[in-house]
Design a protein around this ligand. Structure first.
Ligand code: FAD
Length: 312
């Protein structure tokens, strides 16, 4: 176990020992990280990783919209990028964003400049998290618009990563162990700004109609077994959609402690108020078992679960 007293490099950013992660995740659960590091800028991040004992694990975190951090927390240094990694620059149809920039901000700024990254508007994560998860919706994926990423490796080197390096798959990509994405370049088709903004407004309204956007969640709990995002189109095929399998197994609205499979969208696991990470994960595992019993299909988690359970 990493001790809070372990020697940490001198940094310009903020280092906090024993920081609770529950306020930093969308589901509002999770025990403490041994350390939380919020680097001031790229050089600060490089220096930190270069000087940190190579045995110490690091965990890069975006805005925690796809995470269950377990109740015992993380025996690692959690690295969370902030203000020094928020820039958004546009050159023609290319958009380069710091990894901490929110997907919604990137989509809006791109639309102002007539670049279509509209699918990112309703995804609540950061651009670093979008690359890591190959986030997507309405039939588009981050991989479709990805050009390159800059990352800092565990030993503090800055490297450029291509789509081949990242090997994008449905809701997954490969990243060298311990690397932190610091900047991402995307390229979208050109479009009329007013049309792009109108499309984003429509997509926001559609989300509010079909998903529990006001509840605490981490988006889709399980991947669709067919390996595709919902397109949101009227002719979308619902076979092998995770929500359909959960619904058919009678688990819409099912609860465990403070955790619930949403009544509105049964593939959304929600914290109804006092849920622990254990309530959420146990409910998810129960759903996986019951869906398997009723359909023979094994649901795979899309939400990443990290850290340790609470000590007995
Ligand atoms: C209401 C709601 C709706 C959602 N809808 C969608 C949707 O339509 N489509 C979709 O794909 N997802 C959706 N999600 C899930 C989530 O928003 C995405 O997976 C998002 O890309 C996660 O980004 P994040 O910054 O929150 O990453 P986190 O949840 O913080 O982390 C996710 C993973 O990315 C890694 N990571 C994050 N930042 C970095 C970095 N800078 N360097 C290296 N690794 C990093 C983390 O280590 C972790 O493995 C939804 C979530 C919510 C709450």
């Amino acid at each position: 176990m990493l001790k809070a007293a372990a020697r940490m490099p001198d940094v310009r950013g903020k280092l906090t020992a024993g920081r609770s992660l529950s306020e930093l995740t969308w589901l509002r659960v999770g025990g403490p990280a041994d350390w939380l590091f919020q680097p001031a800028d790229l050089e600060d991040l490089q220096l930190f990783l270069r000087e940190l004992d190579p045995q110490v694990e690091i965990f890069p975190m975006g805005v925690g919209s796809n995470l269950i951090v377990r109740d015992g927390g993380l025996r690692a240094v959690v690295i969370r990028l902030g203000r020094g990694f928020n820039s958004i620059d546009i050159d023609g149809s290319r958009v380069t964003a710091g990894a901490a920039a929110l997907d919604a901000h990137v989509a809006r700024k791109a639309a102002d400049a007539g670049v279509d990254l509209t699918f990112l508007r309703t995804i609540p994560g950061s651009i670093g998290g979008a690359v890591r998860m190959n986030a997507g919706c309405y039939g588009s994926y981050t991989a479709d618009v990805f050009r390159s990423a800059r990352a800092v490796t565990r030993d503090g080197q800055v490297v450029t990563l291509t789509a081949t390096d990242l090997n994008f798959r449905y809701r997954q990509s490969d990243l060298p162990d311990g690397a932190v994405i610091s900047e991402v370049t995307l390229e979208g088709p050109k479009g009329d700004p007013a049309t792009l903004h109108a499309r984003m407004d429509e997509q926001l309204a559609k989300r509010d109609q079909t998903q529990p956007t006001k509840d605490l969640s981490a988006g889709s709990t399980f991947r669709n077994p067919a390996g595709f995002s919902s397109t949101g189109q009227a002719d979308d095929v619902h076979d092998l959609k995770a929500w359909k399998l959960i619904d058919e197994a009678g688990l819409r609205g099912h609860t465990h402690g403070g955790a619930q499979m949403s009544e509105k969208h049964p593939n959304f696991l929600i914290n109804t108020g006092g849920a622990t990470a254990d309530d959420l994960e146990s409910l998810g595992e129960e759903v996986r078992k019951k869906v398997y019993d009723s359909s023979g299909i094994t649901l795979e988690w899309e939400i990443k679960r990290v850290g340790e359970p609470a000590a007995e």
